[in-house]
Design a protein around this ligand. Structure first.
Ligand code: TXD
Length: 319
């Protein structure tokens, strides 16, 4: 059987890390695409040389032409610019919206059958715009944020309780912003829901509250430390987990930004929810039960996403 082809649109920090992991895990042949000349070619060659050390027989190629992504099975999109000092949220939105237009048109022309994972910020609005610009079916275009946010939540719980990350299942819902919704009642450590864990004395309510707060600010915590960029190792691992579930039809339930068709009482937008990822892309959205508090937090988070979408429509009325 032919090897899978993985196109990475954007060859910056996350794009380069994605290429490294994909090559090490022999997930498929990798094309690194970027508008900057030299960078995708240099990263592709560097990793290709490393394959002789870790013994992986995949091909890597750097590209500045969309024709090179032809017939990709998976496209992971990190193209865009980060927010710089003095730039408003709308400035960033305007710039990255133009990037999504170019990327969407490239995918539509050369890789219309791909499973597309968008990572570019502001995530929930960019994945929505990318689906529109590409015209691909909604179930084949998803956003990555929840896997990362939930991984942070799980890691902080593991660190505090001393229990293996493997036995922790943490969930965050809603948009990828400070008002995301860590689902305390649905997250478990060794099968115990977090409130039960507090009742049994594994951690205090104050400690749990602090972990929820730290999860919400997880991206900012890394930015404050790195100073010149944002997180890339954990975001890349998260994108890979989604790509693997699609490529091997694993049907994992992962928190992803999925297009909603009535689930959670919402339609026509992308928002973070648990979903089954298999060979058809997003095969099913899982609906968690929500209490009044969770409903209110989810509503607030969705309103932020709706605000971003309204801003996109104002910038580009064709949307
Ligand atoms: O959970 C999440 N979704 C996120 C999102 C977690 C962390 C970071 N998140 C966002 O991912 C971040 O805010 C950025 O919007 C993306 C990519 O982050 P990365 O750290 O990889 O950014 P870089 O290193 O700046 O890389 C972006 C690359 C860079 O090489 C540019 O030259 C390229 O994008 N770029 C383009 N490539 C193709 N086409 C166009 N038009 C283009 N414009 C810029």
């Amino acid at each position: 059987m032919a090897r899978a082809k993985i196109a990475l649109i954007g060859s910056g920090m996350i794009g380069g890390t994605l290429a490294h992991i994909a090559a090490r895990e022999e997930l498929g042949d990798v094309v690194l695409f970027d508008i900057t000349e030299g960078v995708p070619q240099g990263k592709a060659l560097d990793i290709a040389e490393a394959t002789a050390v870790f013994g992986s027989d995949v091909a890597l190629k750097g590209a500045n032409d969309y024709a090179d992504i032809a017939d990709a099975d998976v496209c992971i999109v990190t193209a865009g610019v980060p927010r710089k000092p003095g730039m408003s949220r709308d400035d960033l939105l305007g710039i990255n919206l133009k990037v999504m237009k170019a990327v969407g048109e490239g995918i539509k022309k050369y890789a219309p059958n791909a499973f597309v994972i968008c990572i570019t910020n502001p995530l929930d609005a960019m994945v929505w715009a990318l689906q529109k610009f590409s015209g691909l079916p909604v179930e084949k275009v998803v956003g990555m944020a929840g896997v990362l946010d939930s991984a942070r939540f799980a890691y902080f719980l593991a660190e505090k309780t001393g229990i293996s990350v493997e036995d922790i299942h943490a969930w965050t819902l809603g948009g990828h912003g400070d008002d995301m919704v860590p689902m305390v009642r649905h997250s478990t450590v060794g099968g115990l829901p977090l409130p039960e864990l507090v009742a049994q004395g594994f951690l205090t309510q104050d400690e749990l509250d602090a972990i929820v707060k730290r999860t919400r600010g997880g991206g900012g915590e890394i930015v404050a430390l790195l100073k010149t960029g944002s997180a890339f190792y954990a975001p890349a691992e998260s994108g890979i987990a989604m790509a693997k579930s699609y490529l091997s039809d694993k049907k994992r339930v992962l928190p992803v930004a999925a297009f909603l068709n009535g689930e959670y009482g919402l339609s026509g937008l992308y928002v973070g929810v648990p979903a089954v990822i298999g060979k058809d892309g997003v095969e099913k959205v899982i609906e968690f039960s929500t209490n009044e508090d969770e409903k209110a937090m989810f509503k607030k988070s969705v309103e932020s996403v709706q605000g971003l979408i309204a801003a996109c429509k104002e910038i580009d009325p064709s949307l």
